[in-house]
Each structure stands twice: as C-alpha cells, then as structure tokens.
Design a protein around this ligand. Structure first.
Ligand code: AMP
Length: 140
C-alpha cells in the first residue's frame, strides 16, 4: 500500500471544546502522521472557496457561517492509503450513523458540527492541501 497524503480540518466545534489534541491523538493512533498543521481563523471567502462544490446545497450558507465561527486547525496527514485511513477514523458525516470508536461518534455534536473534515479522494486531497499550504510549510 502506497504512502499518500490527505487534508484534514479540525472544525470550530472541536477547537471550542479544546479537543485539538484529542482529535489529533485519534488520527495518530489510526496510523496517520501530521506533517503540516496550523490554527487559523478561516475567512468567509476561504470557506466559500473551499466548499465551492456545495454552493447550491441548502446547507451551504450555514456551513460557511459555522466554519468561520471560530478557529480551525488545518493539517496535512501522511500514511498508508491516507485518504481512506482518515475517512475510516473520522466516521460517517452524521455522527448518529458513525461507528463506535470513530472521531465523529465519540466527539462530534451534529451533522454540521461534526468535528473534522477529510478529503474524499487523492485528487481532492492535493487541491485542498494546495488551498491552505505552501510547499515549504509541509515537513514530512
Ligand atoms: P464534505 O464536503 O463531505 O466534507 O461535506 C461538507 C460538510 O457539510 C460536512 O462535513 C458537514 O459538516 C456538512 N453537511 C453535509 N451534509 C449536511 C447536511 N445535510 N446538513 C448540514 N450540514 C451538512
């Protein structure tokens, strides 16, 4: 299995509850390595750009408002089959449907305040990493 990269966001509901370390511990224990990390206040423009594919969805405005409601931690994660590994440890989008032991089942509040984002493909991981990080900020 190839070592690949994925992009993660620890969302405002998690930073607000001081869960940055708890989330990161679960990522690390799942075999992922944090090779870039920064805590930022996302601007509305950044959030709208990042979630551009959801622009027509009914939850788009609320999602952008939520993602700009407090600090987030953006991260690049590396590991074997990183996109899938990260999605497995995140659990289902709606924490109600997430498996026990996943980040969303154990820590998330709701389908919107679901604690973490993770890329859904290698292609999107590259786009999302490039959206938030310069190459020199990634130290593998
Ligand atoms: P994704 O691009 O898969 O990360 O989805 C973006 C985010 O939108 C999800 O992580 C949720 O926080 C949010 N989201 C997805 N579906 C809904 C929904 N039906 N209602 C509210 N928020 C949603």
């Amino acid at each position: 299995m190839a070592v690949t990269r994925t992009f993660s966001i620890i969302k405002p509901d998690a930073t607000r509850r001081n869960l940055t370390g708890a989330v990161t511990k679960m990522l690390e224990e799942a075999g992922l390595r944090v090779i870039a990390s920064k805590r930022i206040q996302m601007t509305r423009e950044q959030a709208e750009g990042f979630y551009g594919v959801h622009r027509e969805r009914p939850f788009f405005n609320d999602l952008v408002t939520f993602m700009t409601s407090g600090p987030v931690v953006v991260q690049v994660l590396e590991g074997e089959d990183a996109v899938k590994r990260n999605r497995d440890i995140m659990g289902a989008t709606n924490p109600t449907n997430a498996e026990p032991g996943t980040i969303r089942k154990e820590l998330a509040e709701s389908i919107e305040a679901n604690s973490v984002h993770g890329s859904d493909s290698d292609e999107n991981a590259k786009i999302e990493i490039d959206f938030f990080f310069k190459p020199e900020e990634i130290v593998g």
